[in-house]
Design a binder for this molecule. Structure first.
Ligand code: SF4
Ligand code: SF4
Length: 123
């Protein structure tokens, strides 16, 4: 639901999740988008970790410590948005808990650019 959260005004909290699992098909789509081989996409952006065969690699981030290697840390957007993995497409469903928390904080602080790094998803 577009009116329940606004990723354009969010610093990309969900892209800072440590484990974002990607499939072979995701890698092939990313490779096509970047015009590189699937092997290159795999070695540049994926690694085996946390018991998974393939998760997205990460890079340093000033706000969240670490964030997806495919995230643009200047514009705070996904560099492969149209070709992003299925798990990124499916998230967050109808509501985003971080966005709810962030807008509450921004209202309270009267600062529409405030970035909160303290919210934790409750599973
Ligand atoms: S944390 Fe929520 S609002 Fe922010 S980019 Fe992710 S889905 Fe969008
Ligand atoms: S692929 Fe894009 S949408 Fe998915 S975690 Fe990385 S930067 Fe975020």
């Amino acid at each position: 639901m577009a009116d329940t959260f606004d990723c354009q005004r969010c610093p990309g909290y969900c892209c800072a999740y440590p484990v974002i699992v990607v499939t072979k098909r995701d890698v092939e789509r990313i490779a096509r988008h970047l015009e590189i081989t699937p092997q290159d996409a795999e070695s540049r952006y994926c690694r085996a970790a946390h018991g998974y065969k393939r998760i997205l690699k990460r890079q340093d981030d000033e706000h969240f410590g670490r964030i997806c290697a495919l995230f643009d840390t200047e514009t705070r957007t996904c560099t492969i948005y149209k070709a992003r993995p299925a798990t990124c497409r499916d998230y967050p469903g109808e509501r985003c808990g971080y966005w709810d928390f962030l807008t509450f904080e921004r209202d309270g602080q009267q600062d529409e650019d405030y970035i909160s790094t303290t919210w934790h998803k409750e599973d």
